[in-house]
Write a protein that binds this ligand. Structure first.
Ligand SMILES: Cc1cc2nc3c(=O)[nH]c(=O)nc-3n(C[C@H](O)[C@H](O)[C@H](O)COP(=O)(O)OP(=O)(O)OC[C@H]3O[C@@H](n4cnc5c(N)ncnc54)[C@H](O)[C@@H]3O)c2cc1C
Length: 415
């Protein structure tokens, strides 16, 4: 029996287990998924928890429910990978042998990486919304908050879902307007980027939204520390921004097991070939989803597109053939813009978000790089697609490679 071992049973690991279960012969291959928890959260839903749109129970399901019957699920922490011996050591000391390894351990926030962030005020005047606990605590706090200066602070890039901090501000604008206290709330974005977003075309559009909604942006701010008693964040150049309520997107890092294995970069992300998804210089190891250092967005949509490429490459690899499928960096992302509307962006390594329609060129129903009610419903409907189609590895009506058909402004805005 040959061993296909998948580390992490989140978005990427679950999709891959489903895809491989239908392609690998059960007589030859055992597929094992290892994860440290039983609970699978629909992470895009964390955005809506602070505003009371979802409760945590609305976005939580048991992990095992999404793994096919033939897949062996191991509930355990992962201590480290011994790539030379092709072994994975589990937290309890058990060892798992592999013939082919897929690392899908994702990324998590690390407030302790910023001086003064993770002190006794964490969860009182400083919050996150990237974890279940953080999103829930922030929601409880916001219910009774009567206004002041709300600062959303991005520590450093990369972060998962880089549009989520902007969406948070757009939804906060709507939430406080509906509560009748928008005039008492100052909304700010403080970012290390030189604009609101990493991609120039999208940055222009999103900046105009921020301006229209009266949200102030402080760009080029590299946070060095938080002074909780004075309620201010301080950059390395000693620039300061004060706050009454800090919503932080702390440093995102790969899992510590990657660091312990000596396989990661300084943020514990695994260096991998951006097209084939093979781990750099390591035999029989591939990286999928947020765990890698690839220069694309850390997003569920990316894990989905990558999984189609990786399935083909793994089938070639285990037959001893060179891998030929190439990931183009394709990402797409709904962006909630508040008051029942949203945007959709579609891009890859080479091409900036462009105007057009998605998934069917000229028809849609979704509008690219423009605001619409249908886009908002696309975002809200995605939760159903996630649980029922995406995780189960069902083919969706869109290709892994980004299509240029029907896209507009291509001549002036390619990167
Ligand atoms: C607020 C927010 C909003 C988002 N919005 C969107 C969106 O609108 N669209 C979109 O496409 N994406 C969005 N995302 C991003 C998306 O959720 C992630 O990119 C996606 O889940 C990545 O999948 P993954 O499998 O790589 O990581 P994960 O789904 O995080 O899975 C990693 C798994 O590995 C396990 N693991 C890690 N280390 C260990 C260990 N040492 N031992 C045992 N198990 C371990 C974890 O328990 C986890 O289950 C959002 C994320 C957040 C936080």
């Amino acid at each position: 029996m040959r061993e296909m071992l998948i580390l992490g049973g989140g978005t990427a690991g679950t999709i891959m287990a489903n895809k491989l279960a239908s392609r690998l012969d059960a007589k030859d291959w055992r597929i094992t998924v290892v994860d440290g928890t039983e609970e699978h959260y629909y992470q895009p839903g964390f955005l809506f928890v602070p505003f009371g749109t979802y409760r945590l129970s609305d976005i939580l399901k048991p992990r095992r429910k999404f793994l096919p019957g033939r897949v062996n699920f191991v509930l355990s922490g992962i201590d480290r990978i011994d790539a030379e011996k092709k072994l994975v050591l589990l937290a309890g000391g058990e060892k798992l042998r592999y013939d082919c390894l897929i690392v899908a351990t994702g990324t998590d926030i690390h407030p302790e990486q910023i001086e003064g962030m993770a002190d006794e005020e964490w969860g009182r005047s400083k919050f996150d919304f990237y974890t279940p606990k953080g999103a829930e605590r922030l929601g409880q706090f916001l219910k009774d908050w009567q206004g002041g200066k709300l600062v959303v602070s991005i520590a450093e890039m990369p972060i998962k879902c880089p549009v989520a901090p902007l969406e948070f501000l757009f939804l906060a604008d709507e939430y406080f307007t509906k509560r009748g206290i928008r005039d008492k709330v100052d909304l700010h974005l403080v970012t290390p980027l030189s604009g609101a977003f990493t991609k120039a075309t999208c940055n222009r559009v999103l900046s105009s939204f921020l301006e229209r909604k009266g949200i102030t942006v402080t760009p080029d701010f590299d946070i060095a520390r938080v002074e909780s008693q004075e309620k201010k964040i301080v950059a390395w150049d000693e620039t300061e921004v004060s706050y009454d309520l800090l919503v932080s997107v702390p440093t995102n890092m790969g899992d510590p097991c990657i660091g312990r294995s000596g396989l990661g970069n300084e943020l514990n992300f695994v260096p991998a070939d951006k097209h084939t998804l093979k781990a750099d210089g390591i035999e029989d190891m591939f990286v999928l989803g947020d765990a890698s250092n690839l220069p694309t967005s850390k997003a569920g949509s990316v894990a989905h597109f990558q999984s189609e490429i990786l399935t083909e490459n793994i089938l070639e690899h285990i037959e001893g053939r060179p891998v030929t499928a190439q990931f183009d960096g394709h990402a797409n992302c709904f962006i909630e813009s508040g008051f029942g509307k949203g945007l959709l962006i579609d891009f890859n390594y080479e091409t900036e978000p462009l105007e057009g329609e998605f998934p069917i060129p000229w028809i849609g129903p979704f509008k690219l790089l423009g605001e619409s009610v249908v886009n908002h419903w696309g975002k809200m409907g995605f939760r159903w697609i996630y649980w029922n189609l995406l995780l189960r590895g069902v083919r969706l009506p869109m290709k892994a490679e980004m299509s240029m058909t029907g896209k507009r402004n291509a001549k002036h805005v390619t990167a």
